[in-house]
Design a binder for this molecule. Structure first.
Ligand code: PLP
Length: 388
């Protein structure tokens, strides 16, 4: 038998991998399963981006190893996007790192900053990959509860002093997965002050940065004065351009951290396929109409679903951004028993809130990741169970 390294002992099964397996097993029995569990966009990548990749695939320049830290034209495109969308000035050489999806960077930042004995502050509920990255380093986690009455923002005054003293890294994620909350400029100002005072690096996960509803524009952490001194932002093409399968992400901000992330990646990868890098510049510098269309699509889906949920008596606050709905479970259920019930009796896959942390208990997460008709069908199936 093979003995895994000690560091693997703290690593749980990947939450969504387990959820997808459960959903697939159900669908394999021939049932008409509606899967709103994983955050996997259902719409295709805009055609102009796909076409650019098709042409680029013929370019022999891209058949060789790409430059270690990515093609400069791609990092330039990111800098231009940030300038236009957020008014943030970036040096593309020193303040932008190319990643394999945001996900790789979320693991790498723990690798380059945390030692055993350090503490990492993580949001609860929160995206489970933050924990995995921390677990692999042997550092500890201190959870920051996100409460509805506090608009799902952490309350720094409630973090125990003992945790703050040993804290070296903190994850934040707005627009938030799973609660859909959006951060305010005041909260980010408070965050910069808190991080400076305690010497904590801020990792802002901006995966849903493009998706805000009712005309609300989500802000980037890097818009905050002083943000670049204390942190980096993780930015990805997965959600804003329906490019989840392409695996294109970026770390942006503090040059010292960017250098560390680049350094660890120098040893692991030689950056993404050049054709993907070229097509990604089309996404970032081409017309942004597709992004506006995508936000409008999610917003009408949200309205369709919430209209139907209202009719069956399942009441909840509409999401402000991201494409997730954070809904209370039916009376007498845990988030897991409720999710299991929906799968077994309605063929609907949702993510149980407890998978996102202790504070996620009592909720389930639904992604707006199918047509309006299918979302109404979800409400109708749940309605037939007579739970609300
Ligand atoms: N961060 C959050 C909060 C996410 O929900 C996701 C994907 O679901 C990611 C990061 C990872 O995105 P990427 O596809 O860029 O790895």
């Amino acid at each position: 038998t093979i003995t895994p390294a000690k560091r693997m002992q703290g690593l749980p099964e990947q939450f969504f991998a387990a959820l997808v397996a459960k959903a697939n097993a159900r669908a394999a029995t021939g049932r008409d399963v509606i899967n709103l569990g994983q955050g996997n966009p259902d719409l295709p990548t805009p055609q102009s981006i796909v076409n650019r990749l098709k042409n680029a695939a013929d370019n022999p320049q891209y058949h060789k190893y790409p430059p270690f830290r990515g093609f400069p034209f791609l990092k330039q495109a990111v800098a231009e996007r940030y300038k236009t969308d957020y008014g943030v000035d970036l040096n593309p050489d020193t303040e932008v790192a190319v990643l394999f999806g945001g996900k790789s960077g979320l693991i790498e930042i723990s690798q380059v900053l945390l030692n055993p004995g350090n503490v990492c502050l993580v949001p609860d509920p929160g995206y489970p990959d933050y924990w995995s990255g921390v677990a692999l380093t042997g550092a500890e986690m201190a959870f920051m509860p996100l409460k509805e009455e506090n608009e799902f923002l952490p309350d720094y005054s409630q973090i125990p002093a003992g945790a703050i003293d040993r804290a070296k890294l903190m994850f934040l994620n707005y627009p938030n997965n799973p609660t859909s909350a959006i951060a305010t400029p005041e909260f980010y100002e408070e965050t910069v002050a808190f991080a400076r005072k305690h010497g904590i690096v801020v990792a802002s996960d901006f995966a849903y940065g493009a998706i805000g509803f009712d005309g609300k524009r989500p802000i980037s952490f890097l818009e905050t004065p002083g943000a670049k001194e204390v942190g980096v932002e993780f930015y990805t093409l997965s959600k804003s351009y329906n490019m989840a399968g392409w695996r294109v992400g970026f770390a942006i901000g503090n040059p010292q951290i960017i250098e560390l992330i680049n350094l660890i990646q120098d040893h692991m990868y030689c950056s993404l396929f050049g054709g993907i890098q070229e097509a990604s510049t089309e996404a970032l510098t081409g017309s942004q109409q597709s992004v506006r269309d995508l936000v409008a699509t999610y917003e009408s889906r949200r309205n369709a679903l919430y209209g139907a949920l209202d009719e069956i008596g399942w009441k909840a606050t509409k999401p402000a951004g991201s494409f997730f709905c954070w809904l209370p479970v039916a009376k007498g259920h845990t988030s897991m028993s409720f999710a299991d019930l929906l799968l077994e009796q309605a063929d609907v896959v949702v993510a149980p809130g407890s998978g996102f942390g202790v504070s996620g208990e009592g909720y389930v997460r639904l992604g707006l990741l199918t047509s309006e008709d299918r979302l109404r069908e979800v409400a109708a199936r749940v309605g037939r169970l007579g739970l609300f």
